[in-house]
Design a protein around this ligand. Structure first.
Ligand SMILES: [Fe+2]
Ligand SMILES: [Fe+2]
Length: 387
């Protein structure tokens, strides 16, 4: 250990010998360099004959410059004792110096210093451990953030893939028959409007809007001779036509995609009727899944107002009236009530499409309905729907 030693007494050479015996090396200083050599030592020993203003100033400066311990040997004086305490010196011994007392005090101070150093070292270790942990936590958080981003990207890619798959499926239907494609898209939108009106969750509404257009998917397996036949189907042909519900279900079932699962359900049950006279299973009332109850109304409405080779086209108001008349017979009363609640929005949907195609110039025109030249003016019974 190195001790900065300032003395006002030239007869203390014995002190250096004595301190060297306990492993203390003395670094001598004078008035001019007392505050400049602080960094060279671990403690300061001031051997004074009294306390002058100049010395007080030096000690004050020393205290503010270093955390080294400061030991003062001075003749006994109550006033000086108080001043030294105020200045923050660590210990005071009184002159004449008792060598044993001096060694005891210095050894104690060395121990205290070692103890503080060890404590400081431990603290620094703990701080570096905490900093390391903070860095690790920050790294984990960053990694988690990246994972969340990657998951979000994957989710979006999956969504795009699902949408593209649905677009491909729609294209298949479109290639089969354009009229059927526009029909399926409208059925999706109308079903969503009804489901929303019924207070269904947003998730269900969005799923149904995507799933409902696939309700006639099974028709791709029905021969065109039957699908596009003008006029009434024979009983045998109608039995084949009815199979489009099962074909669609078989095609779409078992998927992990919520849209395709719902589409399978809708496909199978959208021709079931509230009174149990529908197909393929003759389910009654709430035995029919809600999705299919809704799509049944949307599908029937759109088929009634659309041109088909085998039936007359109704006006929107006529079709809506027929849906209302068949509430509790073919269709769920709750679904028909919701349908009536959103009738204006559904009507707008058709007006928009007719305007787009340049068929009408105002929103009321199409309500007059009518048939194309050469079309069959009769219409099929709701019990024998082909849509
Ligand atoms: Fe349909
Ligand atoms: Fe159908």
């Amino acid at each position: 250990m190195r001790l900065l030693f300032y003395t006002e007494d030239s007869s203390v050479a014995w002190l250096e010998d004595m301190l060297s015996k306990i492993g203390v090396e003395i670094v001598q200083c004078n008035e001019r360099n007392i505050n400049k050599r602080l960094n060279e030592v671990e403690g300061i020993f001031l051997e004074l004959n009294g306390l002058t203003d100049r010395l007080t100033k030096e000690i004050k400066e020393m205290r503010s410059n270093t955390n080294r311990f400061i030991l003062v040997a001075i003749p006994y004086n109550e006033e000086w004792l108080e001043i030294l305490a105020d200045l923050g010196v660590d210990d005071v011994i009184f002159k004449p110096i008792n060598p044993c007392e001096l060694i005891g005090v210095i050894e104690h101070m060395i121990l205290v210093r070692r103890f503080h150093e060890a404590k400081m070292c431990r603290m620094m270790k703990q701080i570096s451990i905490v900093r390391l942990q903070q860095r690790e936590i920050a790294r984990y958080m960053k990694e988690e953030e990246n994972l969340v981003c990657e998951l979000e990207t994957l989710r979006k890619e999956k969504e795009v893939l699902a949408q593209e798959l649905l677009a491909v499926v729609s294209k298949v239907i479109e290639l089969k028959d354009y009229e059927i494609h526009t029909h399926t898209q409208r059925v999706g939108r109308i079903s969503a409007l009804i489901a929303e009106k019924m207070g269904s969750s947003q998730v269900f509404v969005e799923l149904l809007e995507k799933a409902a257009p696939l309700h006639d998917m099974g028709k791709v397996f029905v021969p065109e001779a039957i699908l596009l036949k003008r006029g009434k189907l024979t009983d045998e042909e109608f039995e084949i036509m009815k199979l489009h519900t099962i074909f669609g279900y078989e095609l779409l079932k078992g998927s992990r995609s919520p849209v395709l699962s719902l589409a399978a359900e809708v496909s199978l049950y959208h021709h079931e009727r509230w009174n149990g006279k529908g197909y393929p299973h003759g389910l009654k009332g709430d035995e029919i899944p809600l999705s299919a109850q809704i799509v049944a109304v949307a599908d029937s409405l759109d088929a009634m107002v659309s041109h088909r080779p085998y039936k007359a086209k109704k006006s929107f108001d006529e079709a809506a009236e027929e849906i209302r008349n068949l509430s509790g017979i073919s269709y769920s009363p709750d679904v028909v009530e919701a349908f009536t609640g959103v009738i204006d929005e559904i009507r707008e949907l058709y007006d928009w499409e007719l305007k787009r195609d340049g068929i009408i110039s105002n929103s009321n025109h199409h309500r007059k309905g009518g048939t194309r030249r050469g079309e069959n003016k009769g219409h099929e019974s709701h019990r024998r729907t082909r849509w």
